[in-house]
Design a protein around this ligand. Structure first.
Ligand code: RP5
Length: 169
């Protein structure tokens, strides 16, 4: 497959404990042939690092940032406040979550002018797919790979129909 391997997506997370969710974004980007980088940045514990990353991301050539955090999840929103790039937020059910709604609402309820595209709780994989879709806007070869990816989803459902219809109850 003809891929553009340069680093186009930045995956950041508030803690190494978020990795099991966030690596799902990395895995699907790898499947789709989209170059990415992945690191830990805590909005509360390393605010200078967050500012540095977000304020230089566009000039370093990133096209989109995927940011995940749990609890009082400020990383996606604060990153979006600094960069002109699109930011996809992944709410994470973490050890300091009440039930996950806390991080969903922290990431979702952004003020006017500073959107964060928020995926489902623990939705790392969908965040990776959405990041690839954003990058594909200016990459016809990637758009084709995404079309094939969607076709595979359809086939999987179509192949499950027989077993459901013939299931003995
Ligand atoms: C958030 O607090 C992180 O994103 C993580 O989801 C949660 C717990 O962090 P650790 O205590 O595991 O470092 O800021």
């Amino acid at each position: 497959m003809e891929t553009n391997n340069r680093t186009r997506v930045g995956i950041i997370m508030g803690s190494a404990s978020d990795l099991p969710v966030m690596e799902e974004a990395a895995k699907v980007l790898k499947e789709l042939g989209v170059g990415f980088e992945m690191t830990v940045i805590s909005a509360h514990r390393t605010p200078e690092r967050m500012m540095e990353y977000a304020s230089t991301a566009a000039q370093r050539g990133l096209q989109v940032i995927v940011a995940g955090a749990g609890g009082a999840a400020h990383l996606p929103g604060m990153t979006a406040s600094v960069t002109p790039l699109p930011v996809i937020g992944v709410p994470i059910k973490s050890r300091n979550s009440i039930d996950g709604w806390d991080s969903v609402l922290s990431i979702l309820q952004m003020p006017a002018g500073v959107p964060v595209a928020t995926v489902a709780l623990d939705g790392g994989r969908n965040a990776g797919i959405l990041a690839a879709q954003i990058a594909a806007a200016a990459d016809p070869a990637l758009l084709e790979r995404l079309a094939a990816f969607k076709e595979a989803l359809k086939e999987k459902v179509m192949n499950s129909i027989d077993s459901v219809e013939n299931h003995e109850v």
